[in-house]
Design a protein around this ligand. Sequence first.
Ligand SMILES: *[C@@H]1O[C@H](CO)[C@@H](O)[C@H](O)[C@H]1NC(C)=O
Ligand SMILES: *[C@@H]1O[C@H](CO)[C@@H](O)[C@H](O)[C@H]1NC(C)=O
Length: 389
Amino acid sequence: MSVRMAPPLPLILLLMISGVSGYYWGWSVSYSPSHICALKDSTVIMRCTYTYPTGYKIKKVFWTKGPIKEGVELLDLSNDPEYSQRLQYLGDKQQNCTVRLSHVTLKDSHMYYFRFITDDPGGKWTGAPGVTLNVTDLQVESPKRVTEGDSVTLRCKSSCALTDRATFIWSRNSQPLTERRDRNNELLLQSVRREDSGRYSCAVDGHTHISPAVQLNVMYPPKSVSVSISPSGVIVEGDSVTLNCISDSNPPAEISWIKGGTIVGSGRIYNISKISSDGSGEYKCKSINEYGEKYSDNVTLNVMYPPKNVSVSISPSGVIVEGDSVTLNCISDSNPHAEISWIKGGTIVGSGRIFSISKISSDDSGEYKCKSINEYGEKYSDNVTLNIM
Ligand SMILES: *[C@@H]1O[C@H](CO)[C@@H](O)[C@H](O)[C@H]1NC(C)=O
Ligand SMILES: *[C@@H]1O[C@H](CO)[C@@H](O)[C@H](O)[C@H]1NC(C)=O
């Protein structure tokens, strides 16, 4: 591909043959550096010098971009709306062809060429190959899931090695990380903690471009598992009671509920609507995820209820003969314990769970019952008959 329009071929041959090739070789453009890797949004300076034989006068200088196609007119980038606002020629019309391109985007990645045209119809030159511009953005490379205690390395990746010296800076949840040591483009998290979870992004000091944020998710087994009870005060039969298992873990744990060694439910909330006296007991929750499991301490549910199943047992159970010792026992279920009183034919004759009559006489014959009472209610037993022989 011929992009220079220095003396036409027959003339070159003629010149070379005639030993004045220095005239031809006087045409040149050089770029320093010839490859540039620049960060998105930054300003790039493409340094450039050019030479041509003495005697020529420069009429026009401009920059163009590849690809160069044979027979296609080379476009002056300062006439290209995509470039005109951002391109500034810093060179001159003698030998310096340096140009500045600001706010570079990934789309600016091309090969760029400097071209100059002299007053001589044959004196045109395009400096090929040109200067290669690669524009890169930054991407954080991070493991998606890490476990507490792991050593984790985050990398700030660019698609090419930045030409300018770069100091990488990091942030988590948009807060700069100052205390962390980084090595080149790496951020080392030694023995990662759950507080290190967050959205990480990187940038290069002195540049506006920031990488998209990447989520680092630190996994850990359940910690600090506890149970809260609602309502928090006294629980009476028929109340609705809610147990809440509070557990810290990542990912969220599966919760199950255990009462006295038996699994009774699952899910963070364990609801008992209309609790019965059977609901009393020791409850705990178990929190488990793929990294471990933990139990809460026991919590005690103490359900209050009025007396029920009140009955009287007589001892001895057989025939009772005058002079025997007889014991009446009031059996009653309640929470808290009930006060017991004994009634014979409408009159209170004693108190306490056990009613003893030593040396029973015929006067003691009759119908007995006990009354069981606590703060939640009262209940009478059926009558029992003492028939003394
Ligand atoms: C060319 O011009 C640029 C911008 O003015 C300057 O920084 C550079 O030093 C010059 N190069 C030479 C070789 O004179
Ligand atoms: C919790 O309650 C269960 C069932 O009553 C009992 O076996 C266990 O020892 C209790 N655990 C603690 C830590 O008190």
